[in-house]
Design a protein around this ligand. Structure first.
Ligand code: SAH
Length: 205
């Protein structure tokens, strides 16, 4: 498959991640005039002015998250639901939050149609985290924040990993890998990326 070749050539080499990505049909998550480009390694517009991320970036972030089969994962920024569907093949349990009700509803419908039963889609402001399910083994943020949101850091289990794009502008962002240790947090800068902003509050429909 053309997409898998692109993933490998961009450094996504983890067998479990490639396998999970092979099992998720990106074509289900892109609608309208862009659907025919679903198998290209490019970000594409979805509803509410948002984007489905570039597959190689999805792969790279998923790989950095080092998800194990017993992990409980929180994703902030459901968007199309594509990333959540991939995480669902790697983790025990996935909670994914979007601030746009329409995106959350559409994503829930597509994910359910795939037969996945370990993914819960929630419409809420993800910057507040999900206290009732915390702590999480892994947290993936797929919208760019100025800094990793405090409530999310607080909901990361000791030994847990969070991957989050950070940056003060739309154009200059870096992907950060945060590991919670016994006595604090380790920060590892990964690479430049470009994501839509993490915004507070619910989306205006
Ligand atoms: N992971 C998605 C792409 C994410 S696009 C996919 O696989 O398709 C970024 C998403 O973050 C958008 O849908 C946007 O609505 C959402 N978002 C931005 N700020 C948010 C917040 N505070 N809480 C929850 N979702 C947020």
């Amino acid at each position: 498959m053309q997409l898998l070749f692109a993933l490998r050539s961009r450094g996504v080499t983890d067998g479990a991640v490639l396998d999970a990505m092979e099992r998720v049909d990106r074509g289900l998550f892109v609608r309208g005039i862009f659907a025919e480009r679903a198998y290209e390694d490019t970000p594409l517009p979805i509803a509410c002015g948002q984007t489905i991320s570039q597959p190689s970036v999805v792969g790279m972030m998923t790989q950095a998250l080092e998800v194990g089969p017993r992990d409980k994962v929180l994703e902030i920024g459901t968007g199309s639901g594509y990333q959540a569907a991939i995480l669902g093949h790697l983790a025990r349990r996935v909670y994914t939050i979007d601030r746009h009700r329409r995106l959350a509803m559409d994503a829930r419908r597509v994910i359910e149609s795939t037969g996945a039963t370990n993914i819960t889609v929630i419409c809420a402001d993800g910057t507040l985290g999900l206290p009732e399910q915390a702590p999480f083994d892994r947290i993936l943020v797929t919208a760019a924040a100025e800094d990793p949101p405090g409530p999310l850091l607080a909901e990361l289990r000791v030994g847990g990993i969070m991957v989050v794009p950070v940056g003060q502008s739309d154009t200059v962002q870096t992907l950060l890998k945060v590991t919670r240790t016994e006595d604090g947090f380790d920060y590892q800068v990964m690479r430049p990326v470009r994501f839509v902003p993490l915004l507070e509050g619910l989306g205006q429909e």
